[in-house]
Design a protein around this ligand. Sequence first.
Ligand code: ADP
Length: 511
Amino acid sequence: MKASNDGLYDWDLITNEVYYSERWKSILGYTDDELPNEFATWDSLCHQGEKNKSLQKLEKAIAGNITHYNAEFRMRHKLGHWVNILSRAQIIYDEQGKAIRVVGTHSDLTEQKKAEQDLKDALAKAEESDRLKSAFLANMSHEIRTPMNGILGFSQLLKSPKLSGEQLINYVQIIEKSGHRMLNIINNLIDISKIEAGQVEINMDECDIDKQMEFIYSFFKAEANKKGIKLIMSTCQHGKNPIVKTDREKLYAILTNLVKNAIKYCHEGSIEFGYHLPPSKHNAQKKEKDGSDIQFFVKDTGIGIPTDRQEAIFDRFVQADIEDSNVYEGAGLGLAITKAYVEMLGGQIGLESEEGTGSMFYFTLPYTIPENADVGSMNETAEPKEKHEAARKIKVLIAEDEEFADLYITILLKKLNAEILHAANGKAAVETMKQNPDIDLLLMDIKMPVMNGYEATEKIREFNDEVIIIAQTAYALEGDKEKALTSGCTDYISKPIDEKELMDMIASHLS
Ligand code: ADP
């Protein structure tokens, strides 16, 4: 009996005397002398609602002259909680067939019940994520089809010969807008996949917080104004800009996501964003949790988020259950990405919101000041450059295997009055460079047949280190840029190529 870890009982039905083993009592948390050996012990500790069922089983067994039965019930533990018990009973009859004893065991089912519950929970979770995935796929299909519909539909309409100038511009704008929406979805999907695969790299660097704020402000001001919403930036006004050691690109992405959402879910009023420095600047260098965080906020007077959805909106593929949520485009990925980034940078994100009144999202970042912080020497990649001119006649080689991509760049470069040569693979690019040492600029696609862009660049650098080589790839993954630069490229641009970005880049290298 000891080896089975079960308790034993032996009940004399004639005298009503009962024997309970030590283990029978210890399952319920008692020592041997704490519980009397009498029927009333079981009777009082057994769950009142389940007791009768067990007694009825006994009666039924006796009536049918059956020797075995099992019963399950809960019994009260000494500490107050319930213990699930499996009772296995054996009835002993005398020679006349009269039941005289019930002997049996008690098994503690706690572990088994817990395992069953864990299994049920796991199943519920799997079903929930399955449901979310289906909802995600349906939503994704809608999110991708809608812009595709715009692109293909209006491209067809463009073929009509009798379009007015106004119609033409209108249709092209729709195509452009649809393309941007599509790109946004794809970028979100890539980001979330990278987060899930643990492939996001963090590049800690000096970051001028006020400059980031200004970029965000100038980027979104027009969009907010167009909707009739006031965009307010509140930065730290006293003296030197705060410099923090963090990943600038991630901070930019976090703020962009939050401000973008604020504009999307706000129809009147204002959006304010900014930050608060920790109360005591002296503590800032220490890694103390209290007072050493910088707190950012993005506050809007928009539609708000129901209280019961405020936690869920940070999960992937989840949108707040707003009645007319279908009206808003989006796949419910933005906040999941934002939260992941904030946590990667050592911060926390949260929100306060009231339906119909507005929302305030806030997040913290550790306020670690880089040693010898010097504002002037900082290299802010996100800074928009306003230069556009690259006037003198330049000679450009476009290395690109995709016909349309080549055509697009060709059209862009015509504006620069450039002489343009073409190569459809890396090997051809190397040959063309050898024959034309006066080429100023090479736009090098990376994924090309015969010889890829990295290899071609390395070969070209063996005999020409003057030419400006701008790598262009559609991967847009971190590490691509480094790979391009180590192979000898001067700079890097990701596809789809933005006209202004390319022109600025060319101008900055040629000037
Ligand atoms: P989506 O692409 O749907 O906007 P997000 O992950 O960015 O995905 O946001 C998730 C959901 O949270 C949104 O669908 C929206 O319901 C809600 N939400 C996010 N920001 C705001 C806001 N500023 N005001 C109201 N609701 C918001």
